[in-house]
Design a protein around this ligand. Structure first.
Ligand code: ADP
Length: 325
């Protein structure tokens, strides 16, 4: 398809590697002689016409930067037909003929509607620390967040074992335990609690009791934000009632997991997908997401992506469970 100008935006939750992805989109477009408009503040900026021209040199020195130079936002207006009509009109009047959306599945639902209602070619690129998107083995930002959480908990373990403490460490993931379960394996957690699995308190206490009998020096429990056992502070109280001997501490890792320089894996994935978005649009692909599965670049329809769950965490949960013996 002949494209003279495309737009790129970042939307929804931010993730390390979004900048590397913007850079790749801009540079690939320049390689093929296509102009790029950067849209600030996600869909909100599309509605408010927050556009700026991006050149090859506008994206220098950002491959290693966390956050997003285009900012990100959530937009209620874009959820309405009127909002999307205004967004489409703004793109058309700026001479933009295709859009690249870097974000999570919510952002893809929006992109899908914009495409279906206004026939604007769109390609989505998966970027979220949650790794909960169907059609890609990894999302941009996940590996960096995993490394950040792992390093932080390694430090917590040093103090935990010095004082014979039990730590409950909460990691991000409201609906998905992908980050928590990977962190749980990486740090050697005593237990990993995720939204997808209904571990009962009874099961957790039995596991801890075994550690007591074996005189374990430190215990770290990784709990995803959305775990069905409730928040870390309440769970700490419940454990204390059962195990008076534990000196229990809670640590909420919070937004540090979203920040920091993207690791090499995220930079490479972001670069690969940025190139794939522009080349896909040139090839006439639209209303789809570019992802990598089994080392292969794959385009899947946005419909398929948003209608399906991200990968199952069952196998990793099983491994975490075996190794926490
Ligand atoms: P993420 O992309 O990280 O999952 P959100 O779910 O917050 O983040 O979605 C980002 C934005 O995408 C929302 O603020 C909204 O503007 C748009 N969006 C999400 N879901 C829809 C939908 N069903 N229809 C239209 N726009 C949507």
């Amino acid at each position: 398809m002949k494209i003279n100008k495309l737009a790129v935006l970042t939307s929804g939750g931010d993730a390390p590697g979004m900048n590397a992805c913007i850079r790749a989109v801009v540079r690939t477009a320049a390689f093929y002689g296509i102009d790029v408009v950067g849209v600030e503040n996600g869909y909100e900026g599309l509605i408010n016409k927050e556009f700026k021209q991006l050149e090859t040199r506008s994206v220098s020195f950002i491959i290693n930067q966390g956050g997003t130079i285009l900012y990100t936002a959530r937009s209620e207006k874009f959820r309405t037909e009127e909002g999307r009509a205004l967004a489409a009109q703004n793109l058309q009047s700026a001479g933009v003929s295709a859009l690249v959306v870097i974000g999570g599945d919510g952002s893809f639902r929006g992109a899908q509607k914009l495409n279906e209602e206004h026939n604007i070619p769109v390609i989505g690129l998966p970027a979220t620390i949650d790794n909960d998107i169907y059609g890609t083995d990894l999302t941009i930002g996940f590996t960096t967040a995993l490394n950040t959480a792992t390093e932080a908990i390694d430090k917590i373990r040093d103090t935990a074992s010095s004082h014979n403490r039990l730590f409950l460490v909460e990691v991000m993931g409201r609906n998905s335990g992908a980050l928590a379960v990977s962190v749980g394996i990486a740090i050697g957690a005593k237990a990993t609690l995720v939204p997808e699995r209904k571990t009962t308190k009874h099961e957790l206490f039995a596991q801890l009791r075994k550690g007591v009998v074996e005189n374990k020096k430190s215990n770290i429990i990784v709990i995803a934000e959305g775990s069905k056992l409730g928040n870390a502070y309440n769970l700490a109280k419940d454990i204390k009632e059962q195990f008076d001997q534990f000196d229990i501490r809670v640590s909420i890792l919070g937004h540090v997991q979203r920040g920091g320089n993207p690791c090499a894996t995220d930079r490479i994935l972001a670069s690969q997908l940025g190139v794939a978005a522009v080349e896909g649009l040139i090839d006439g692909k639209s209303n789809c997401m570019a992802g990598v599965q089994n080392n292969q670049l794959i385009y899947r329809s946005l419909n398929e992506v948003v209608e399906n769950q991200g990968q199952e965490n069952e196998e990793y949960l099983r491994i975490a469970n075996i190794l926490s013996i």
